[in-house]
Design a protein around this ligand. Structure first.
Ligand SMILES: [Mg+2]
Ligand SMILES: [Zn+2]
Length: 185
């Protein structure tokens, strides 16, 4: 029996859930951002799948390997678990921006979102796209989802922000808005 499709929350990793250290490859350097565990825990308790989608071009650039990536991912999972929260899945693009032929998984390309939707029975058009960069939330626009852009990095970069994307101050605020939109108080 195919499962009914459901909305999900797609979250960027670096600068959204954890501190953005350039090309993070050591588990000891992982630090959750304030409010990240709260936000994920609230979504967990509401029954909304929480899926991380992250560009990890450090792999394609040869700065670190998938083994280091996995060690960092395990550390992130453990920190959330200790805080009573759970990441349901994590997808990463290992490619460099100039990889040839171009991959379909580096955000803002849609590949990882489409794969997650297949693997977790997700309705992308009712889903939420959250991150600190425009490329984290832009993929949601053609898919019909809702985007929440955290902070002011995109503004500082002078990028044009589509009207369908909402700016918020924190990942906590983004989660609150998602829960309100889904009918939770
Ligand atoms: Mg980021
Ligand atoms: Zn890729």
């Amino acid at each position: 029996m195919p499962q009914p499709l459901r909305p999900a929350v797609f979250l960027d990793r670096d600068g959204t859930l954890i501190e953005d250290r350039n090309y993070l490859s050591r588990p000891d350097d992982v630090a959750l951002l304030p409010g990240a565990a709260d936000a994920v825990g609230w979504l967990n308790r509401a029954g909304v799948p929480v899926i991380v989608v992250t560009n990890q071009s450090g792999i394609g650039r040869g700065y670190f390997g998938e083994r280091e990536y996995e060690a960092v991912a395990d550390r992130i999972d453990a920190l959330f678990r200790e805080a009573g929260a759970r990441l349901d899945a994590c997808y990463f693009c290992p490619h460099a921006p100039d990889s040839s032929p171009a991959c379909n998984c580096r955000k803002p390309r849609p590949g990882l979102f489409l794969r997650a939707a297949r693997e977790h029975s997700i309705e992308l058009g009712n889903s939420y796209f959250i991150g600190d960069r425009l490329r984290d939330v832009l993929p949601g626009v053609p898919l019909g989802g809702s985007g929440f852009l955290i902070g002011s990095a995109a503004v500082a970069e002078n990028l044009e922000i589509p009207a369908s994307i909402t700016r918020v101050d924190s990942v906590r605020e983004a989660a609150e808005r998602v829960l309100a939109a889904l009918g939770f108080d």
